[in-house]
Design a protein around this ligand. Structure first.
Ligand code: DC
Length: 200
């Protein structure tokens, strides 16, 4: 069965948590596509060469979750040749047999416009910054400034900017607990999965 769940949205909206929970609950493979861009940024040197030669070891680095790595990822993600180098791997992952959940920025718009489920997970910048700050600590105002800067860069780049696909279901997690957000996403996936399984 081919079945893709695209989970897009801005930084720290809850995409990763929701994506992982959906994959666990429905037995689907999961790919955090932000990790690819983080690994490219963390390698240093020419980002296009890094994107073309990414290895599993690059993705296993333990410094990919830092604010600095997110910032570097957002910068290299604006380079069209970097995005092009990472496209095929993501497309193949999305359409692998058995189904897959991918979270990122452009999964429902560019990587897999034919995805059976498209979720756009969002929340106010203040709430997202607070969640990020709980994870990484430091100065709260600075974390908010970085969230805003990253939103601006991710939404305004020319190639595959962050935006909801026209047929995406928006899940605003500003006022939702993570359990409620996962529940709503799971209800949608369950319904679409039943439809996909009934396909001849
Ligand atoms: O989801 P994240 O915070 O790990 O993503 C880090 C950066 O990578 C993000 O600011 C933009 C970029 N990115 C992207 O351009 N496209 C994706 N599908 C995933 C991430």
């Amino acid at each position: 069965m081919i079945f893709t769940v695209a989970v897009d949205g801005p930084a720290a909206a809850g995409k990763g948590t929701i994506g992982r929970a959906l994959a666990d609950r429905f037995g689907l493979a999961h790919l955090d596509t932000g990790l690819l861009y983080r690994a490219v940024g963390a390698r240093g040197g020419d980002p296009v060469v890094a994107a073309q030669s990414l290895t599993p070891a690059d993705l296993a680095r333990d410094d990919l979750r830092t604010l600095a790595a997110g910032e570097a990822a957002s910068r290299v993600a604006a380079i069209p040749a970097v995005r092009a180098a990472l496209t095929r791997f993501q497309r193949e992952f999305a359409r692998r047999d058995g189904g897959a959940v991918l979270d990122g920025r452009d999964i429902g718009t560019v990587i897999c416009p034919e995805a059976e489920v498209k979720l756009f997970v969002t929340a106010s910048p203040e709430v997202r910054a607070h969640r990020r700050w709980l994870e990484v600590g430091g100065d709260q105002e600075q974390v908010l400034a970085e969230v805003r800067a990253r939103d601006l860069r991710d939404t305004s780049r020319a190639d595959a900017p962050l935006k909801a696909a026209g047929d995406a279901v928006t899940l605003d997690t500003t006022m939702l607990s993570i359990d409620d957000a996962v529940q709503r996403a799971a209800d949608l996936v369950r319904a679409r999965l039943a439809r996909a399984r009934a396909r001849p």
